[in-house]
Design a protein. Structure first.
Length: 149
């Protein structure tokens, strides 16, 4: 069972880094650099590090998804009355707590691997939760005639 969990975690880690995203940000970043052009992602650099580059790429995908969620959330909330707005704010706060705790839990299932691989898996999990939340908000508010665009 433990070996299966480790294998699944590795698959999730690599799929998240490759942009496939199989599972669903507050965790500290494992690298200092923020862009794929950094020395950690430049293969000709002596600082090149495959896992570090994968982490950077995954973080960028997570950040893009987070920006999209924030844009949709702000658009929707601007169209709601005060009662609905309060309910959505409360629900969103609970969702934030849930997705962080769920990804922390999923990370505990990973045995072995480097700390950066754990970070890649965690970040990929967060990204997938964000994408799911975007779909939920669009579906919920689209059904009630509230535009998410």
């Amino acid at each position: 069972m433990v070996k299966i969990v480790f294998i699944i975690a590795l698959i999730l880690s690599f799929s998240a880094a490759a942009g496939i995203g199989l599972c669903a940000s507050t965790k500290p970043k494992a690298t200092q650099s923020k862009n794929a052009g950094s020395s950690v992602c430049n293969e000709s650099s002596p600082d090149f590090h495959v896992e570090g580059c994968e982490f950077e790429e995954q973080e960028q995908k997570k950040e893009r998804a987070d920006r999209e969620l924030n844009k949709i959330y702000k658009t929707i909330i601007s169209q709601l009355d005060s009662n609905s707005k309060s309910s959505l704010v409360a629900a969103q706060r609970l969702w934030v707590q849930f997705h962080v705790k769920d990804c922390e839990f999923q990370e505990t299932l990973i045995e072995g691997g480097s700390p950066i691989m754990h970070s890649i898996a965690y970040s990929g999990c967060i990204e997938e939760h964000i994408k799911t939340r975007i779909k939920q908000l669009k579906a919920i508010f689209g059904a009630f005639g509230v535009s998410s665009k």
